[in-house]
Design a protein around this ligand. Structure first.
Ligand code: SF4
Length: 170
């Protein structure tokens, strides 16, 4: 895989259920959390999906003038953090916001952001992080933008500034 490709399960050009506003969704391939009840176990295999050219994805995003932002989901985008950091940086240059879903908790990411390749650069380009594994016993169909009550919708820049988890005001 060369530097300008990322391994994905797929793309959804328009969605209103993966974050606030109309969003382009990029589905990462590869996840090690293996949550019981996961809706997309086909995204677990790190050799699954296929490589996508990241600049072609950015061009697709550019062609839709009514997008509010881009959401990274999966799979777990944190497993290809360097690639997603590049995508996030290019997306933010377009004036769009970046949401990211991950099975890791925000606290775990903070503790490991200098030991896991690409984590710091990626986190610093995320506006909203929906964190934590899907927990079947905390599943709640009434929750907006998350599957289980343990997951949090975190305002990342505010959390990094204040050094404490700050939830996004929806
Ligand atoms: S983190 Fe998400 S993709 Fe990974 S196993 Fe859990 S629910 Fe599935």
């Amino acid at each position: 895989m060369n530097d300008k490709t990322v391994r994905l399960a797929g793309l959804t050009p328009e969605s209103v259920v993966d974050g606030l506003g109309l969003r382009f969704v990029i589905w990462a391939q590869g996840c090690r959390h293996r949550c019981p009840g996961c809706h997309s176990p086909f995204t677990w295999d790190f050799a699954g999906g296929r490589p996508y050219d990241m600049d072609e994805i950015i061009n697709q995003v550019k062609r839709n003038p009514v997008l509010k932002g881009v959401t990274f989901s999966g799979g777990d985008p944190m497993e290809q953090a360097g690639k997603f950091a590049y995508l996030a940086g290019e997306i933010k240059k377009l004036g769009l916001d970046v949401w990211c879903y991950t099975g890791y908790t925000f606290e775990h990411i903070l503790q490991n952001m200098d030991s896991r390749a690409g984590w710091r650069g990626f986190l610093e380009n995320i506006d909203v992080l929906v964190d934590g594994r899907f927990e079947q016993d905390q599943r709640d169909l009434n929750l907006a933008f998350r599957g289980s009550r343990n997951q949090r919708i975190i305002d990342v820049p505010a959390s990094l500034r204040s050094n404490r988890v700050t939830l996004l005001q929806l």
